[in-house]
Structure formats: structure tokens, C-alpha cells
Design a protein around this ligand. Structure first.
Ligand code: MG
Ligand code: MG
Length: 257
């Protein structure tokens, strides 16, 4: 069942979303050569709590971090730790914040120093596929329109769409119905209605869309060691169309070339 939120609940989620977005801005500003992902995690947790929020991921099924920090061929769910960022890395950072009983969830992929042309292209295409998906979040459209929009943009650019991981409804819980694959036919699935809130999150690769799990039981990698990108927004379906609840004020310069 897809839970529809009231206008007042969406405003609470937008406040949670602002904390998520400013945490990601802090991560963008702080992630550079020589910094460890554990240091980023500590910064994020301190900041989220200073805003009155709770890092949603911490303790979720035993996850130890406040962020997921996933470098290079790691797609998602990286546990922050001693990994020290180096020039040329591509780092995906995922943040969830619970505020006044509601969750917002967003992710970005950050180039560390100067990255390869392929890495910039991967970020650009991931961002564009997310934007195409967000544009589908209108009453009367169907869930499959969101999925299809991602797949169309990603595959037209020669990259792979991960099948094993999906976006999701979000609200009082981080993971609500429905599951939102990043592939599939348009025009199928439930009709979208005002009050639905989705975490839409293309996970794309420069090669195969197959995945392998890491030994820690969390990290998910591309199965051919190709680079991955992951960008996510929490988006409300409203009468007026899509409303992104996790917008950042820092535009992704690399996303526009
Ligand atoms: Mg997320
Ligand atoms: Mg999510």
C-alpha cells in the first residue's frame, strides 16, 4: 500500500530534506584528497544532530554509519571507515535524516580532484536520468513512467542500469511501498497521486549492471569493477507536479558539463 502524506506531513519531510541537502553540501565541501570516509561520517553525524535530526541509517539493521560512503566501483551501502580519498576517486555519499518522525533520503556522487572523462560522464548521465524521472512525478502518470525514464536516459548514453537495487516510497519509514526499479516499461504500475513521496535513486555503471556483495555484508560493487554513480532525491507528487524535498543550493557544476 502506498501511503499518501498530508500537505502538513510533506512540509515536515521538506524540513528533513533541507537537513539532508545541507549535509550533502557539507560532504561536497569536505570530501577531498586525504580525507577518510570515517571523517566525513563524523562530520555528517555532528551536523545532522546539531540540526535536531537523527541520522536514519545509523543502527538501521545494524548499519554502523550515519552516511553511506561508496567509492569508485562500490555502488552503494559503503560503511564509512579508514578509506582515504585520493585524486581521481568517484565517491557516492548517501544521507538519510529523521526529523519530527519523518525521513528524507538523498545521495550524490562527488568527483575527488580531477576524475576521468568517463567518471564525469557517468555523473552527468546519472543526474539527467534522475531529472527525467522526477519530471514524471505527476498525478495520473504511472509508477513505470518513472522507472522507464531512468532506463531510457542511461542506456541511450551507453551506461548500465543496476537491477538488483531500487528506489522506494519514503515517509515515517525510510523504506515504504512501492519499490521503484530504475528500468522497465512505461505506462505500467500504480497511478501516481498527490501525497505520494518517493526516493528516486538511479544507480548506474560504466559497464555491466551485475552486482556483487562485499564481505562486510553491506557494500555492493559492480561485478566487473566498472565505475558506478548514485544520485537520489526525495520527491513529492503534488497537484502542481513534482516537488523535490531535498534540493541543494550548490548546483552540480559537473552535471552541466
Ligand atoms: Mg539514500
Ligand atoms: Mg533511498
Amino acid at each position: 500500500m502506498i501511503v499518501r502524506k498530508t500537505a502538513a506531513e510533506i512540509e515536515i519531510m521538506a524540513r528533513a530534506g533541507r537537513v539532508v541537502a545541507s549535509t550533502l553540501e557539507l560532504m561536497e565541501a569536505s570530501a577531498r584528497e586525504g580525507v577518510t570516509t570515517a571523517e566525513l561520517d563524523a562530520l555528517a553525524e555532528e551536523y545532522i544532530r546539531s540540526c535536531g535530526g537523527v541520522p536514519t541509517f545509523k543502527g538501521y539493521r545494524g548499519f554502523p554509519g550515519s552516511i553511506c560512503a561508496s567509492p569508485n566501483e562500490m555502488i552503494v551501502h559503503g560503511i564509512p571507515g579508514p578509506y582515504r580519498l585520493k585524486d581521481g576517486d568517484l565517491l557516492s555519499v548517501d544521507v538519510g535524516v529523521t526529523l519530527d518522525g519523518f525521513v528524507a533520503d538523498s545521495a550524490i556522487t562527488i568527483p575527488i580532484g580531477t576524475v576521468s572523462e568517463q567518471a564525469y560522464a557517468l555523473i552527468d548521465v546519472c543526474q539527467k536520468s534522475l531529472e527525467a524521472a522526477i519530471a514524471q512525478c505527476r498525478p495520473g502518470n504511472r509508477l513505470g513512467d518513472i522507472s522507464h525514464a531512468v532506463q531510457e536516459v542511461v542506456e541511450a548514453n551507453g551506461f548500465g542500469v543496476v537491477r538488483a537495487l531500487v528506489g522506494h516510497g519514503v515517509g515515517r519509514s525510510m523504506h515504504e511501498d512501492p519499490q521503484i526499479p530504475n528500468y522497465g516499461p512505461a505506462g505500467r504500475g500504480p497511478k501516481l497521486a498527490p501525497g505520494m513521496v518517493f526516493a528516486i535513486e538511479p544507480m548506474i555503471t560504466a559497464g555491466s549492471w551485475g552486482v556483487v556483495s562485499g564481505e562486510d555484508g553491506w557494500a555492493v560493487y559492480t561485478d566487473d569493477a566498472s565505475l558506478a554513480a548514485h544520485i537520489e532525491h526525495t520527491v513529492a507528487v503534488t497537484e502542481a507536479g513534482p516537488r523535490v524535498l531535498t534540493p541543494r543550493s550548490t548546483a552540480r557544476q559537473v552535471a552541466t558539463g
